[in-house]
Design a protein around this ligand. Structure first.
Ligand code: IPE
Ligand code: IPE
Ligand code: MG
Length: 465
């Protein structure tokens, strides 16, 4: 979908908008659904490895047993028929030449060629058979050439017969009157500036900068109660603080930010409050301004009792943003640390039973490889707002050596400066990971200053304080 957006923008700028006729809306929607289904079928093995089965519910209902077979990694006859039916359906959906009617021929050829490549992809899915559960199938070079060479030829003809003016460079943000910079060619926007923040984020030396900050966003309810508002109002206000934190993280160049949004224990709350929390996150991540930032979104947690719509939105955003490189934002929804550890232990037990892991030699790295997100790094800084000093079942595996930082204010009062302050505080800490710190470079640094009382507990203080 990001690719389609880019192509559409390019054609818009060239004065040949890729407009879809309204009377073709249903065909267009089918085409998009076909693109998504092709993508889901292609990535089946990667999604199953993360315990997600994203195939449409209606299809799973029509083939009893096929869904659970696939979830168990078992290529049964029912699973094979289900996949064959779905590839056939996706093929029908992406074969919709009528949606290109009325478009500039150049744009129509781009879309037709994309549909041709998707059909080649679906052929590869069909041909993969049980290997579909091991790796993503790819069409052969020959299959791609068969689509691309004639498309290139037809498009050269189309452009020579109906040329367009090549779009000039996009005006820079400074040159336009619009205060919010326009989206760039990739459709991504930089974070907007904070209205009251005139100073740039603090300069933190690269080796003192955390790579990964995880935040327990606590205090929405108390913030609202203090103001005579409902807890739901507190959660809505908390979303604005989340946005600010993401902006601040991009401003300061943080690589990984993980936010605790809803825990496996939060189901104990009133259903109405739960519904507000979940729908606020769904809206924010799927349709709010974060979706257009250079942020790769990920979700950690169990689908379990979450509304199907929310799970679809979270996985859709993961797919849409997976090529983005600015920062990785992991949102923990229906997440519990013990649940994560239990699932990982079960995955490790299955691998042991299958003979893939020797139980006598299991080490921490084996455990990490079987986590739902094996590539998630260790947390450098764990920050909790809301005046509580506990971790509430958050990231027990990843945060064993995190620096802890607790602040008294409630989450909705947070803005990007608070994140910068947290990072500044982190940069002053000395991390040892069990080792003895190396001696300081210059000998005079060892001498206590004549004006400073000797620190009664030097090991608890940072070297730079
Ligand atoms: C954190 O705020 C948000 C979630 C747990 C979803 P709380 O709702 O826990 O707010 P307090 O702690 O009751 O003030
Ligand atoms: C932790 O906050 C969970 C989230 C912020 C999502 P809680 O408010 O649920 O934690 P406890 O109950 O105070 O430990
Ligand atoms: Mg709380």
């Amino acid at each position: 979908m990001p690719w389609v957006d880019q192509v559409r923008q390019l054609f818009d700028r060239a004065g040949a908008p890729m407009t879809f006729r309204l009377d073709r809306q249903a065909d267009y929607e089918h085409f998009v659904a076909g693109v998504q289904l092709t993508d889901i079928l292609t990535d089946l093995s990667a999604d199953l490895a993360q315990c997600h089965l994203l195939l449409p519910q209606e299809a799973l209902g029509s083939f009893p047993g096929a869904g659970s077979d696939l979830s168990r990694g078992h290529w049964s006859p029912a699973a094979a028929v289900l996949i064959r039916e779905l590839t056939a359906l996706a093929r029908r959906w992406v074969t919709k030449p009528v949606i290109t009617r009325g478009m500039h021929p150049g744009a129509a050829i781009v879309l037709d060629a994309a549909a041709g490549l998707m059909r080649a992809q679906l052929d590869a899915v069909d041909a993969a058979g049980p290997a579909l559960l091991q790796r993503a199938p790819r069409p052969s070079v020959v299959a791609r050439i068969r689509v691309l060479v004639p498309a290139r030829f037809r498009s050269a003809m189309a452009w020579s017969l109906t040329p367009l003016t090549v779009p000039g460079p996009r005006p820079t943000a400074a040159a336009t009157a619009d205060p919010s910079p326009a989206a760039d060619d990739t459709g991504l926007r930089p974070p907007p500036p904070h209205p009251d923040v005139t100073r740039p984020p603090p300069q933190i030396a690269a080796d003192q900068m955390p790579s990964y900050v995880a935040v327990i966003m606590d205090g929405n309810g108390r913030w609202a109660e203090q103001r005579g508002l409902s807890r739901s109002d507190g959660h809505r206000a908390g979303i604005l603080a989340l946005r600010e934190t993401v902006y601040g993280a991009l401003d300061i160049g943080l690589r990984n930010l993980t936010l605790y949004a809803f825990s496996t224990e939060n189901w104990k709350r009133d259903p109405e409050e739960i519904a507000v929390i979940l729908s606020a996150f769904q809206y924010e991540l799927d349709e709010g301004p974060i979706r257009d930032l250079d942020v790769r979104q990920r979700w950690a947690g169990q689908s379990g009792r979450l509304p199907e719509e929310l799970v679809q939105a979270l996985t859709r955003q993961e797919r849409r943003t997976r090529a983005r490189t600015g920062m990785t934002l992991t949102v923990c929804i229906n997440y519990g640390g013990r649940d994560e550890i239990t699932r990982t232990a079960a995955a490790l037990a299955r691998a042991t039973r299958a003979g893939e892991v020797n139980p006598d030699h299991i080490g921490p790295d084996d455990f990490t490889r079987h986590l739902p997100h094996p590539d998630m790094p260790d947390v450098d800084l764990l920050w909790r707002t809301g005046n509580e000093q506990r971790t509430s079942n958050f990231l027990p595996w990843h945060a064993t050596y995190a620096e802890l930082y607790f602040t008294p204010g409630y989450w909705p009062d947070v803005d990007r400066r608070d994140l910068w302050q947290a990072i500044t505080e982190y940069s002053r800490r000395q991390r040892r990971h069990g080792a003895v710190p190396a001696p300081l470079a210059s000998p005079e640094n060892h001498l206590p200053s004549p004006h400073v009382q000797p620190d009664p507990c030097p090991l608890t203080r940072s070297s730079s304080e």
